[in-house]
Design a protein around this ligand. Structure first.
Ligand code: AN7
Length: 373
């Protein structure tokens, strides 16, 4: 049993209200529910005017659509997973769980570990050995999760944890857990609350496909509640080497530098296809080169550091803008799913390496003058 205070509420404790408190009426909680929160959500929605000018320059025009970045890296553990995890862990505790388990390409494990620590419950995470970014592994171990690295990929890890949850009586906190999707709907609500309406297009990366499912359900819930009429077209992007939904078949050995979305058999495949079709959107692929290019652009043009998988949304935006189909107009939101600091090794490999000089003024000044030329 967890030792959480039944009255726990971030707002009551003087913090900012958690998403469960803010969106209580759309979520399966009661007044009695003890909320496990790290004050997730309420992330920045950043107008990307430099990126807009860049898009214009690609076509030699000054006009471009309005682009906004929904920066999910600003969540407590540095990714959008916290929106779903606050719900999943809150409900697991409410239902008297003995412990939680997940498979992960990294961010789910970091988030599960943090929220489980806060709830004082055991957390087991199964990851593909050698294929998760260093920052994410650091988080899982620091928060006290039991980390098991399997010699295989994410899809194999997910199969194993589904069986483990069933046979060992643990609560599965992958997005197969419906409470994860419930919490993740809140990203769409925040976008609408900020813009006053739904955007025309919403771009996002697709891996296990829980998040595109949640975005769509979120917009639909707001429409049912009468908050919006029009809904956005959802524009999902997979990495070219891990693009099962685009190809229409499983990928046995998925590959991409964007390890977060290195997934060959997405759990929410059907609902992602439904979100695409019902919204009149697309699910397409972008290459690793396009991902790295977008990753650098977001950081250098806008000062927003997102991890490579997140950049698939902006890579998809650039690709769609260049090919002209569908025609982009109105307001466009790109969800940037995770923080760039999660994967410092990729950042350093993608950028200009620092110049090393002697520790004297003249040597440093020479470098500064060189750069200015
Ligand atoms: C930064 O952590 O699947 O399509 O195990 O970490 O909802 O899977 C992460 C996925 C996009 C894809 N961006 O979202 C995991 C995991 C980032 C991510 C995705 C992930 P889904």
């Amino acid at each position: 049993m967890s030792s959480v205070d039944a009255k726990l509420s971030p707002a009551r404790d003087g913090g900012k209200p958690s998403i469960i408190e803010r969106y209580r009426r759309y979520l399966p909680v009661t007044e009695k529910t003890c909320i496990i929160s790290l004050q997730e959500g309420d992330t920045p929605l950043i107008r990307a005017r430099n990126l807009e000018r860049y898009l214009g320059s690609l076509k030699g025009t000054l006009s471009s659509p309005e682009v906004y970045l929904k920066y999910e890296g600003a969540n407590p553990t540095g990714s959008f997973k916290d929106r779903g995890m606050t719900m999943a862990i809150t409900k697991a505790v409410e239902e008297g769980t003995t412990g939680v388990i997940c498979a992960s390409t990294g961010n789910t494990s970091a988030s599960a570990a943090a929220y489980a620590a806060r709830a004082s419950i055991p957390c087991f995470v199964v990851i593909p050995q050698g294929k998760i970014a260093m920052g994410k592994l650091a988080q899982a171990v620091m928060h006290g999760a039991r980390v098991i690295a399997v010699r295989g990929n994410f899809d194999q890890a997910l199969t194993i944890v589904r069986e483990a949850a069933e046979r060992l009586g643990l609560t599965l906190v992958n997005s197969l857990n419906p409470y994860r999707i419930d919490g993740q709907m809140s990203v769409a609500w925040e976008v609408v609350d900020a813009l006053g309406a739904a955007p025309e297009f919403h771009f996002l990366p697709v891996g296990n496909a829980g998040n595109i499912t949640a975005h769509w359900r979120g917009y639909n819930a707001y429409r049912s509640a009468g908050k919006i009429q029009a809904r956005p077209r959802l524009m999902g992007f997979q990495a070219a080497g891990s693009a099962p939904i685009v190809l229409g078949h499983r990928v046995e050995d998925p590959q991409t530098i964007a390890t977060a979305i290195r997934i060959g058999n997405p759990a929410s495949w059907q609902s992602a296809v439904a979100a695409r079709d019902e919204s009149g959107g697309i699910i397409d692929k972008v290459t690793d080169d396009q991902i790295v290019e977008a990753y650098r652009l977001i950081a250098s043009l806008e000062g927003v550091f997102a991890e490579p998988a997140s950049a698939a949304s902006v890579a998809g935006l650039i690709q769609t803008w260049l090919c002209g189909e569908p025609k982009l107009e109105g307001r466009i939101v790109c969800t940037l799913t995770g923080h760039g600091l999660k994967d410092p090794e990729r950042a350093i490999a993608s950028a200009v390496v620092p110049t090393e000089v002697d520790a004297d003024f003249a040597a440093v000044a020479r470098e500064i003058e060189n750069r200015e030329r």
